[in-house]
Design a protein around this ligand. Sequence first.
Ligand SMILES: O=C[C@H](O)[C@H](O)[C@H](O)COP(=O)(O)O
Length: 283
Amino acid sequence: MIPKVITRLSKRSPFISALALSRLDWLDSLLCPTLHLSRSYSSPTMSLLESAKKAAAFRAVDECVKDKDVVGVGSGSTVVYAVERLAERVQKEKLQLVCIPTSFQARQLIVENNLILGDLDRYPQLDVAIDGADELDNKFTAIKGGGGCLTQEKIVASCAKRFIIIADYTKDSQTLGEQYKKGVPIEVIPLSYVPVMQRIQTRFGGKVQLRMAKSKAGPVVTDNGNFILDWLFPESKFDWDSVNTQLNLMPGVVETGLFVNMAEKAYFGYSDGSVKEKAAEKK
Ligand SMILES: O=C[C@H](O)[C@H](O)[C@H](O)COP(=O)(O)O
């Protein structure tokens, strides 16, 4: 409600818009004193979504991690809460955990939270991997890589006995593309990006874009020194398992953000703190 009003006002006059913002900010501080500090009108739904992510992450860590586990730590904004909870449990319950990162970000989170950092050389078999997702469909195919991390995530997930997804409720879809509109991320070797783009468009349709960096000139460069293509796939009933295989067979493709038949369970958080659990069908 508030953002729509502000959007309409701001189109007419920046001055009215600024005034409206200051008035609403004041009103909000009266109505929601506890929320006020973390609230920002530039992204008014932010704090609610963050609560949803946190609820999912905390529940998953509480239910899926036990003493002496080797734990895969995913990447993205939801995983931050999972690491927070892991650190809390290590402190309070004296759990002995080894954490395997899926990205530079995950590695930093593990180190900053004083968790034990491991690697696949020493721990090639994990008990559980916990990671976020950009979208999960009702057949348990996930799109990942919205934040540029997918290859290391897939390797780590593939080494885990259990792969658990944590996300806010906006990622819970019937079919891929229902809510996540940025397509399927695909990591490619830099020199191959144009031929791979063309091959994907010719074989499957839709549009493929090279992901460009926001605070750097040029493309996003992954933790592995590669580029990311985002395939805006057309509305069509895809067999994602087959698509994933075909993409992976294209020379230059390192890995796709399609995680097919990998996750065992998903935790979707809601802003009121509740969590919906979804389990994959047993094969
Ligand atoms: O590239 C990023 C990873 O695949 C993330 O797990 C995914 O994008 C979900 O991230 P978030 O938890 O920030 O929604």
